[in-house]
Write a protein that binds this ligand. Structure first.
Ligand SMILES: Cc1cc2nc3c(=O)[nH]c(=O)nc-3n(C[C@H](O)[C@H](O)[C@H](O)COP(=O)(O)O)c2cc1C
Length: 167
């Protein structure tokens, strides 16, 4: 299974970046950091059609599994991730052909936050979005961290998550 990890965080080399990099190595996947792309906010007139969104999506569509990675910021996805998700609407309007290709994909979610449990609304937003796009959602890996992420402390949940992906 070819895995594309799409990371959206305000902090390069931060907790979510660290988790995404660890998972990238674990699944031999490819990491796309949204910070490396110029992606404009959703535009009803599609005036940003020539930014990096469509070329990035075309690359992502070459993978079987899409793993979105975001920290929890105020009970929600990071702004970087939200902009990316909003732009998926382009695939339902002007690029329907690309949108249809999403239906053959599976997906999952990586997240970090400081609370022990993530709020239900955080995962639900991703789950409903995946469902709307016809993508098969396989679950979330959440790693709580007060300050810095210590990967070893989360080894059990990481291993269970990876097992579930390959089940
Ligand atoms: C603006 C902001 C809002 C946050 N809101 C939440 C929150 O609602 N729930 C939570 O558990 N952690 C929250 N946190 C903590 C971060 O999710 C946590 O530190 C995360 O690991 C940071 O990941 P990063 O290094 O990729 O930014 C917030 C942090 C910031 C900077």
């Amino acid at each position: 299974m070819r895995v594309a990890i799409i990371l959206g965080t305000a902090r390069n080399q931060g907790n979510t970046h660290q988790l995404a990099t660890y998972l990238r190595n674990g699944v031999a996947g490819t990491l796309f950091n949204l910070a490396d792309y110029k992606i404009g906010t959703y535009d009803y007139e599609h005036r940003n059609i020539n930014d990096d969104f469509l070329p990035l999506m075309k690359e992502i569509l070459m993978f079987d599994h899409i793993m979105l990675a975001s920290p929890i910021y105020w009970y929600a996805a990071s702004s970087e991730m939200k902009v990316f998700l909003d732009r998926l609407s382009d695939l339902m309007t002007i690029e329907k052909n690309l949108g249809r290709q999403l239906r053959s994909k599976s997906a999952s979610l990586l997240a970090t936050g400081c609370d022990i449990e993530p709020p239900v609304c955080f995962e639900q937003m991703f789950e409903l979005t995946y469902r709307h796009l016809g993508i098969n959602y396989l679950g979330m890996l959440y790693c709580p961290c007060v300050d810095h992420l210590e990967i070893e402390q989360h080894q059990f949940v990481i291993d269970s998550f990876l097992k579930n992906l390959h089940a």
